[in-house]
Design a protein around this ligand. Structure first.
Ligand code: SF4
Length: 506
């Protein structure tokens, strides 16, 4: 009989969550480096370079890879011969571990969990509760898989009940373009097939806990139907040309994982869950000998990347930029932004649009300004701001026309594509939409030299800040004519790939 003590369990969960907040798994880094080496689209290559540089900086500085530090999911395999020495339930212990990790004064993580999800949506302030799954198994250990899943990638999860004769591959190839770039590719797809609706979703999530090893599978060949699907989907999804951040390019997925389970004769349940540039998970086993100490990675595993300065980089001073300047920018141009920029995301936009409808004055004048969709991590030590990467812009689409029309806002900065209503508004008001790299949050924050709250302080990380920038790298994603690189880039690269006869091999 193994005794597992309450404090050992809680400390192990807390330590693992801190660990994954700043260390990417080594297999993920190797796969991202391979994607960097082979990428031929300069914009996508630059995005991957930023993800790799950001990853190394986070490992060295022990700060979060992304400003969205995720919703915690824990899979437990509890041995039937384990005896708990604990006053709390196992679920309560998991949540206490999450609480300690997210409030750790050495590296406070962003609390993103809101209670009463379709009501008041009040932040629980410690990122609890986690989503916890149990399996009771023979043995005398407790096996734990811990992950912290970003909202942007979880939001792109898909589920379908196919007819038994329908093609899983066809459905996946229909869904992936619809997922856009808000899941911050390149990443992985977890696919669950069979069982019931909830079983397929859980299989897809579990599949993402496995290491990236598609190259070994390519070399040894498929041994069963799930492995055949992995190879076929990996090849065909990459041929879509979506590429890093949806800019178009050779790598959209670095691996595809498939888990299956017997199915009822009348149905074929299929789920897809993507993992993003902030892939965060680890695994450990408790055997009664105390809390687990995870092995520190070797920083030599991270490649040394030097950013290439391309010819079309333009330096922009946000304090003096004009609509005339904006009209000279082309989709795909890299800009380095300096000067003052405002921030605002979901809650601030809702508040501003409601105030405008009531004829009230906004707390800040947006005329001629740029707004960055972000909810940063709190600063630590000598930081001006914590990791501050962009959030998914499509959530702000429904506010965009009002913001451009009623405030004189000049441009927006966010992550991933814009939808048709936002693109129409951008074209009508000759505005512009720029993207920063999702998953390069710590790198982006290094360009922020000063920060102050200028509106809605009660919204916490969703308040309106004014950032002072020095050379923040962004890419022009929708120009003043409404041309979107998220439409033109993947179309161009899908065509190029079809002519290149590229093999998606290491
Ligand atoms: S990398 Fe993108 S999807 Fe992942 S947590 Fe960060 S912002 Fe969200």
């Amino acid at each position: 009989m193994t005794i597992i003590k309450q404090d050992d369990f809680i400390e192990s969960i807390a330590g693992a969550l801190q660990f994954i907040s700043y260390y990417h798994p080594a297999d993920f880094i190797r796969a991202m480096d391979r994607a960097y080496q082979r990428e031929q689209n300069p914009a996508a290559r630059e995005a991957i370079a930023q993800i790799l540089i950001n990853s190394r900086m986070c490992a060295e500085g022990r700060r979060p890879i992304c400003q969205d530090t995720g919703i915690v999911t824990i899979f437990l395999k509890v041995g039937m011969n384990v005896q708990w020495q604990a006053e709390l339930s196992v679920t309560e212990m998991c949540n206490e571990g999450i609480r300690r990790a997210y409030l750790d004064p050495a590296n406070i993580l962003r609390a993103s969990i809101l209670d009463d999800p379709d009501g008041a949506r009040i932040n629980t302030n410690d990122n609890t509760p986690g989503v916890i799954h149990y399996d009771i198994v023979p043995g005398n250990t407790v096996e734990v898989h811990v992950s912290a899943k970003g909202g942007g990638s979880e939001a792109k999860a898909k589920f379908v009940m196919l007819n038994p004769s329908d093609s899983v591959v066809d459905w996946v190839l229909e869904m992936v373009p619809q997922m856009g770039a808000g899941w911050c590719p390149p990443g992985m797809l977890g696919i669950g097939i069979g069982g019931t609706a909830e079983k397929a979703m859980i299989l897809a999530k579990q599949a993402l806990l496995e290491p990236i090893d598609i190259q070994e599978l390519q070399q040894r060949g498929a041994g069963n139907r799930a492995e055949e699907l992995r190879l076929e989907i990996y090849d065909k999804v990459n041929r879509l040309g979506i590429g890093a951040q949806g800019l178009g390019g050779l790598t959209t997925v670095m691996d595809v994982k498939v888990k299956d389970f017997p199915s009822h004769a009348a149905i074929k349940a299929v789920a897809i869950i993507p993992n993003c540039a902030a892939t965060r998970h680890t695994h450990f086993i408790l055997d009664g000998s105390g809390a687990v100490e995870l092995t520190l990675p070797n920083l030599d595993d991270w490649p040394e990347i030097t950013r290439e300065t391309s010819a079309n980089v333009k330096r922009v001073n946000l304090d003096s930029v004009t609509r005339g300047d904006v009209k000279t920018w082309e989709p795909g141009d890299t800009l380095l932004l300096s000067g003052k920029m405002l921030t605002g995301r979901d809650a601030a936009h809702k508040k501003m649009v409601d105030m405008l409808a009531r004829g009230e004055e906004l707390p800040v004048d947006l005329s001629g300004r740029f707004i960055y969709y972000v909810g940063p991590v709190d600063p630590m030590r000598d930081e001006v701001v914590g990791p501050a990467g962009p959030t998914t812009a499509t959530r702000m689409d429904k506010f965009t026309r009002t913001m451009l029309e009623k405030t004189g806002l000049l441009g927006m900065i966010g992550k991933a594509e814009r939808g048709p209503i936002a693109i129409e508004a951008i074209r009508d008001f000759e505005s512009v939409y720029l993207i920063a790299v999702g998953g390069a949050a710590y790198l982006v924050s290094q360009a922020i030299k000063a920060s102050r709250v200028v509106g809605f302080p009660e919204l916490g990380m969703e308040a309106i800040y004014e950032f002072e920038l020095e050379d923040m790298p962004v890419t022009v994603a929708v120009d003043h004519r409404g041309v979107s690189i998220h439409q033109t880039g993947p179309a161009l690269w899908a065509q190029k790939i079809s002519q290149m006869e590229v093999e998606f091999r290491p």
